[in-house]
Design a protein around this ligand. Sequence first.
Ligand SMILES: NC(=O)c1ccc[n+]([C@@H]2O[C@H](COP(=O)([O-])OP(=O)(O)OC[C@H]3O[C@@H](n4cnc5c(N)ncnc54)[C@H](OP(=O)(O)O)[C@@H]3O)[C@@H](O)[C@H]2O)c1
Length: 355
Amino acid sequence: MSDGLIAVIGATGAVGLEVLQILAGRGIDSSRVVAIASERSVGKSVPMGDQSLAIRPLAEGCFANVGTAIFGTDAAISREWCPKAVEAGAVVVDNSSAFRMDPAVPLIVPEVNGDVLRHAHLQSRGPKGLLIANPNCSTIILLMALTPLRDAFGVEHIVLSTYQAVSGAGIAAMDELRAQAQSVLDGVPAAPVVFKEPCAFNVFSHDSAMNVTTGLNGEEQKIIDETRKIWQDSAVRVSPTCVRVPVLRAHTQAITARLKSPATLEEVRRVLAAAPGVRIVDDRLQNSFPTPLKAAGRDEILIGRTRCDPGEPFDDSGRTRSFSLLICGDQLRKGAALNAVQIADELGCLQLARR
Ligand SMILES: NC(=O)c1ccc[n+]([C@@H]2O[C@H](COP(=O)([O-])OP(=O)(O)OC[C@H]3O[C@@H](n4cnc5c(N)ncnc54)[C@H](OP(=O)(O)O)[C@@H]3O)[C@@H](O)[C@H]2O)c1
């Protein structure tokens, strides 16, 4: 259990604002929460439930009396400031990519590898705190749907295409989509700032850095690397294509998973229906399936269009090894803020701050 205050760093951002709302929803007393952002935001306040918190600056000494620190800052800021929070004795959950692939830092989705959090060295800490990394939002959403299939049948190859909301690039990207949509409707050409391409009425290859040798962008490489780390499976094959779509929040993924053991569609559906943190939205008669609007603001990952892959043969028992799914998840909630709060909660960090 951790006492002390709960600091949310990056509290004015898309992830930080969501963290504050989730903490409020879990009954956390706002007087136990410190909202931190850049010097630029000092003088502003941010909502937490029906309260508001004045922004404090990220500055030396700001982690005094902080027992838990949830970072929603970019990787450069996290790289510099997370170790300072750990040094001050805080349990730190970082949403950035800064520490995800560090072998000494656990990379956690509680429903997938939460058992790691129960290891003795994480539960019994010395005077220094500890650091846990939150995975990339697309990785979290993918593994929420596929881990139950992996546990039941094994997974050897994942092919996925993402349709990612602009809010994955932060609060400024949401403002850009709203403003561009309005200007295009007004007959004024869109003027991109956050993204290189116009985001309104457009679809484009993910805006993360392109590796000119592999042809993979940063988002695709993260999904590959993080899936292998979280599953502790360096052999699993992952073939992603990541694309940005003009959606405000919630990512969509079209997935085909090749299993190690064959299964029937009914067996796959039964496993998915019993999985934690997911909701089945799969009505073939009504042609009603997951959409980002249905997923936005929800904690669960929506799963539908579950079907046998027509490109894969059936065996004599009517089983096949390849299945396709369409899933949607709110990447600001389960893909970031909710996952981080769950980690802190599982480590016992929120108990003393509950009203
Ligand atoms: N958005 C998502 O869906 C998502 C999902 C998973 C992971 N992540 C990761 O989560 C992190 C935050 O993403 P976001 O989308 O919330 O970004 P964002 O909306 O752009 O927010 C960034 C936050 O960082 C703060 N910040 C910037 N410079 C700072 C400085 N010098 N000192 C202190 N604070 C500073 C900003 O404060 P000011 O307002 O004062 O500038 C703001 O609160 C990123 O690492 C991102 O990759 C995001």
